[in-house]
Design a protein around this ligand. Structure first.
Ligand SMILES: Nc1nc2c(ncn2[C@@H]2O[C@H](COP(=O)(O)OP(=O)(O)OP(=O)(O)O)[C@@H](O)[C@H]2O)c(=O)[nH]1
Ligand SMILES: [Mg+2]
Length: 361
C-alpha cells in the first residue's frame, strides 16, 4: 500500500496550519512519523518556517498552487518518502484554492495508485465566518468558499471555542444544507476538541471516493484575482532590548486599521531573533498569537517575514504593508533595515491535470 497522504484545505485563515501542527504533534506522540507539504503562490512562506521550527519534516511547493504545480507536489512527496518514510504526509493547499478533487486528489489516486493512498478530502470551515457566507451570498469570494465546502468529503468546523454552544446546531444545519453528504467534525485548536477524531480518520485506510463537483473557472479565477498577495522579508537590528510582541502587534494593528472590516483574509508574520521567535496572525480584525519561543524581548539582528492576503489591489497592499512595518520599526529605533518583497494578484488557475471522472480518464 502506498504512503498515506491527506489534503487539508479550506479558506485563508480557517486554521489549516494550526490543525496540521496539532495533528503532527498527536501522530508523533503515538509514535507515527509525519511529513508536511506547504503551498503558496509566492516565495517566502511563514507556515513552512513555523512547521520547521516546530521540528517537523516540511517541504513546500511555491509560486503556484498544488493543482498548477502538480509535478512539484509529487516530487516533494517522493523526496519526503525517500528521506524518512513517513506514515502520513499532510498537505496544506493555498487557502484560495478549490476544485482540489479534480486537480489534486484524482491525479494522485489515478496516476499514482501504487505510491499514494489518498485520504478523503478534508476542508476547514471557520465557524465564526459562517454567517458571512450566508450574508455574502452572490459575491465572488462566497462562490469560492462555498465550492470549497461543497467538494469536501470531511468538513472540519474550526474555531468552535469561539462560538456559543447554543449556536452550534444552527451552524451544523447550514453546513448540512451546503453539503449533505460530508462527514462533519467540530474542532477547536484551543481546546483540542476533535483532534483525535480527525487524526484517526486521516491516518485510517478510508479512501477519497467522491467525484469532483463542477466549478465555473471564470468565477473561480475572478474570485482569486480579487485578492492581493504580499510576501515580505524584513531584516533589522535592535540595539536595545525590545518587546517584539508589542512590535508585532503594532504592525498588525496598523494593517487592520488600513482596511475595512472583512477585507483582510489573513495577515501572518513570523519574527525570529537570536533569543526569541513568534508567529502571529490577523484574521479579519482579530489578532492571534500562534506560538512564542523564548519570551517577548529581543536584541540584535531580527528577521521578520510577513504574508498578507487581502481584498485589495496589489499596489495598495504593498504600500500598506511597507508603511505598517516601517512606521513601527522607525518608532522602535530599529537600525540597518533591509527588506525584499513581492506583491501580486493570483493568476488564473491552470491545473496540470483536471480529472473529473471516476475512471481517471
Ligand atoms: N480560537 C481559535 N483560533 C484558531 C483556531 N484555529 C486556528 N486559529 C487561529 O486562526 C489564525 C489562522 O490560523 P492558521 O492555522 O494560520 O490558518 P490557515 O488556514 O493555515 O491560514 P492560511 O495559511 O493563510 O490559509 C491563527 O491566529 C490561529 O491561531 C481555533 O480552533 N480556535
Ligand atoms: Mg496556513
Amino acid at each position: 500500500m502506498g504512503t498515506r497522504i491527506a489534503i487539508v484545505g479550506g479558506f485563508l485563515g480557517a486554521g489549516k496550519t494550526t490543525l496540521l501542527m496539532n495533528l503532527a504533534k498527536r501522530y508523533k506522540s503515538e509514535g507515527k512519523s509525519v511529513a508536511i507539504i506547504m503551498n503558496d503562490q509566492g516565495e517566502v512562506l511563514v507556515d513552512t518556517q513555523f512547521a520547521r521550527q516546530m521540528g517537523f519534516d516540511t517541504a513546500e511547493v511555491l509560486k503556484g498552487c498544488f493543482c498548477c504545480k502538480f509535478p512539484e507536489l509529487i516530487d516533494n512527496a517522493r523526496k519526503l518518502v525517500l528521506e524518512n518514510r513517513p506514515d502520513i504526509i499532510l498537505a496544506e493547499p493555498v487557502g484560495s484554492c478549490t476544485d482540489l478533487l479534480a486537480t489534486v486528489v484524482a491525479p494522485l489516486k489515478f496516476r499514482f495508485p501504487e505510491e499514494f493512498s489518498v485520504a478523503p478530502l478534508t476542508v476547514l470551515l471557520d465557524s465564526t465566518r459562517i454567517s458571512d457566507e450566508v450574508e455574502d451570498e452572490g459575491s465572488l469570494g462566497a462562490y469560492l468558499r462555498k465550492h470549497q465546502v461543497q467538494e469536501a468529503e470531511v468538513i472540519v468546523l474550526s474555531k468552535t471555542d469561539l462560538v456559543a454552544a447554543e449556536e452550534m446546531d444552527g451552524l451544523l444545519s447550514i453546513i448540512k444544507e451546503m453539503n449533505p453528504g460530508a462527514r462533519v467534525i467540530s474542532y477547536s485548536g484551543v481546546s483540542k476538541q476533535g483532534v483525535a477524531e480527525i487524526a484517526e480518520l486521516l491516518a485510517s485506510s478510508d479512501k477519497s471516493l467522491k467525484r469532483p463537483v463542477d466549478v465555473d473557472y471564470e468565477l473561480y479565477a475572478k474570485a482569486e484575482a480579487e485578492l492581493g498577495w504580499y510576501n515580505g522579508s524584513y531584516r533589522f537590528e535592535l540595539r536595545n532590548e525590545t518587546d517584539t510582541y508589542d512590535l508585532a502587534t503594532k504592525i498588525l494593528r496598523n494593517v487592520a486599521q488600513s482596511y475595512e472590516n472583512g477585507q483582510i483574509a489573513h495577515v501572518k508574520l513570523l519574527l525570529d531573533s537570536p533569543s526569541n521567535s513568534m508567529k502571529m496572525s490577523l484574521v479579519f480584525s482579530d489578532i492571534g498569537v500562534d506560538g512564542v519561543k523564548g519570551g517577548r524581548k529581543a536584541k540584535g539582528m531580527v528577521e521578520l517575514n510577513m504574508n498578507a492576503r487581502v481584498l485589495s489591489t496589489p499596489d495598495r497592499l504593498r504600500e500598506v504593508m511597507r508603511q505598517s512595518v516601517m512606521s513601527v520599526l522607525e518608532k522602535t529605533g530599529a537600525t540597518s533595515i533591509e527588506y525584499k518583497d513581492d506583491c501580486f494578484s493570483p493568476g488564473r488557475p491552470n491545473p496540470t491535470y483536471r480529472i473529473r471522472e471516476d475512471s481517471g480518464a
